[in-house]
Design a protein around this ligand. Structure first.
Ligand code: ATP
Length: 277
């Protein structure tokens, strides 16, 4: 009985996967969306959306169009998350965050259009291009991210999905994308109780700590057969360790941005060579 049940489950999973592959086929290059956006290429396929590079024929600019995967249309929750992402982008206005141009539906598909952020995501840079970041560079990236996180928090928005695939980087700029799971403080906590908002805030801080760890590990090559905790594997300045331990909540979690910024300044200062006098 158990075997039949398992077999049935597996068959259902395979059918669902085939269904997804068929309905989630990306739109072909050259197709015109909303009489304005010509699809040039697919630049990303996430669990949630299909992302296209398009030419905006009206503005004569390159744009990014995100389509909710058609297989996700069957879930009210996924459609709500897509709508939520649109509202979040409409609320934000920062040169390092995509600007919402418009949203539309076509042939029962949902789309929104945003500005193109020119950079490659950190996940691809680390794993495909094998880019490595030393301690100082990693701290500098954290400082750019903190500025953005501080900005979105000031708008009552908490990203809740700060991860390396959602950070784009080029030689001089860093961008934050993918607000699909972002939360508005007013929705989560209509009474603005300090506790609810603190939880959202600290989740973003924790994720920043994990990103910092990811970056720091790019210069690490294992000499031991056995994996050890990061505190033993990485040789970092004590100021960086202090900052990390509070971000990832090994020690007392941070409760506001000013505390993090002050500790980051100390960690960056510790990277400077000692002066001779
Ligand atoms: N505005 C943008 N400018 C440039 N590239 C972008 C932009 N938005 C998305 N991308 C590219 O498309 C990829 C997927 O985008 P995004 O993370 O928003 O999709 P998703 O379906 O929500 O993915 P996930 O499954 O990770 O949640 C990104 O990693 C990035 O490379």
């Amino acid at each position: 009985m158990d075997l039949i049940w398992k077999g049935l489950n597996l068959t259902l999973r395979i059918i669902r996967k085939i269904f997804q592959l068929i309905v989630d086929r990306p739109i072909k290059n050259g197709v015109m969306l909303n009489d304005r956006y010509e699809v040039l290429s697919v630049i990303g396929v996430g669990s949630f959306g299909i992302v296209y590079l398009c030419k905006d024929l009206k503005a004569n600019e390159k744009r990014v169009v995100k389509q909710l995967r058609p297989s996700k249309h069957r879930s009210k929750n996924d459609m709500e998350l897509f709508e939520n992402e649109i509202v979040v982008l409409r609320t934000l206005s920062h040169k390092r965050i995509p600007m919402l141009i418009e949203s539309f539906s076509s042939n029962r598909n949902l789309f929104y259009v945003m500005s193109l952020m020119e950079g490659d995501n950190l996940e691809d840079q680390i794993f495909s291009s094998k880019k490595a970041f030393n301690e100082k560079d990693s701290l500098l990236i954290l400082s750019y991210l903190l500025e953005l996180v501080d900005y979105i928090h000031s708008k009552g928005i908490y990203h809740q999905d700060l991860r390396i695939p959602n950070i784009l980087l080029n030689k001089k700029d860093l961008f934050l994308i993918d607000f699909g799971l972002a939360k508005f403080s007013a929705t989560v906590d209509p009474h603005h109780s300090h506790e609810g908002i603190l939880k959202l805030k600290q989740q973003d801080y924790y994720d920043l700590g994990e990103i910092l760890l990811f970056l720091l590990y790019t210069t690490y090559s294992s000499k031991n057969k056995k994996a050890l905790p990061w505190t033993e594997e990485l040789s970092l300045k004590k100021e960086t360790v202090y900052l990390l331990k509070r971000l990832v909540q090994i020690n007392e979690p941070y409760s506001n941005m000013n505390e993090i910024l002050a500790d980051l300044q100390s960690a960056l200062k510790a990277q400077e060579p000692l002066s001779k006098n």
